[in-house]
Design a protein around this ligand. Structure first.
Ligand code: GTP
Ligand code: MG
Length: 227
């Protein structure tokens, strides 16, 4: 008797079992440590070499929130100016944002307002966490950064280099993304959902129409389209 039954592919099984999937984007100037934070969380490692992200890297991660499996797409975006025109698609259907600055470079903190304005233009309601990275190199970690307070955003002091607060940051971001997705009353989400429903309905109607025509005219030929 064969004991080993064919096992379904692991990834497909995860997808099948997943209760939800969410998209989390990461924003901030070049070299603030966005990719290193992902690396620390997903691979539990840190290679100090500087390799700027080319436009976009996508990481897939499986998490458990309140006993449910959640598939997470992390979008690691390049902070460099030259890629800024791609941002509309970065933001599309994102459920949470991690916005990073470097505690050692004031300009990256100042630029948060630009990143935040752009985020809100595309995703007015999604949860956003402000992240002060590289606190391993900094003595005064308790310095108050007004930006987060001004917009009532949570602020996390982290280090991708030594791992401080990294798991907490990502776990909370996933939790916020899931809860946003489940409770969202975001106007843009509703509009997108409506558009998807209209598309589906139109496709169904077209299929029905095709079927009816096929029944009415067996052996029907497609008429040439006017040129
Ligand atoms: N000391 C210290 N250095 C860090 C930390 N996180 C990142 N770095 C360093 O900062 C540099 C930039 O890190 P990246 O993660 O590549 O930065 P990024 O934000 O992804 O940059 P772009 O991809 O260009 O947008 C690297 O040399 C890292 O080693 C940290 O927590 N502490
Ligand atoms: Mg990067």
């Amino acid at each position: 008797m064969a004991r080993d039954k064919a096992k379904p592919c692991e990834l497909d099984q995860e997808k099948y079992d997943a209760d939800d999937n969410v998209k989390i984007i990461c924003l901030g100037d070049s070299a603030v440590g966005k990719s290193k934070l992902m690396e620390r969380f997903l691979m539990d490692g840190f290679q100090p070499q500087q390799l700027s992200t080319y436009a976009l890297t996508l990481y897939k991660h499986t998490a458990t929130v309140d006993g449910k499996t959640v598939l997470v797409d992390f979008w690691d975006t390049a902070g460099q100016e030259r890629f800024q025109s791609m941002h509309a698609s970065y933001y599309h259907k994102a459920h949470a944002c991690i916005m990073v600055f470097d505690v050692q470079r004031k300009i990256t903190y100042r630029n948060l307002s630009t990143w935040y304005a752009e985020l809100r233009e595309f995703r007015p309601e999604i949860p956003c966490i402000v992240v002060a990275n590289k606190i391993d190199d900094m003595k005064m970690t308790q310095k108050s950064f007004n930006f987060a307070r001004k917009f009532s955003l949570p602020l996390y002091f982290v280090s991708a280099a030594d791992g401080t607060n990294v798991v907490k940051l990502f776990s909370d971001a996933i939790r916020l993304a899931v809860s946003y997705k489940q409770n969202s009353r975001d106007f843009m989400d509703e509009v997108l959902q409506e558009l998807e429903n209209i598309d589906l309905k139109r496709e169904e109607e077209e299929e029905e129409e095709e079927e009816m025509l096929d029944k009415e005219q067996p052996g029907r030929q497609q008429s040439p389209s006017p040129s």
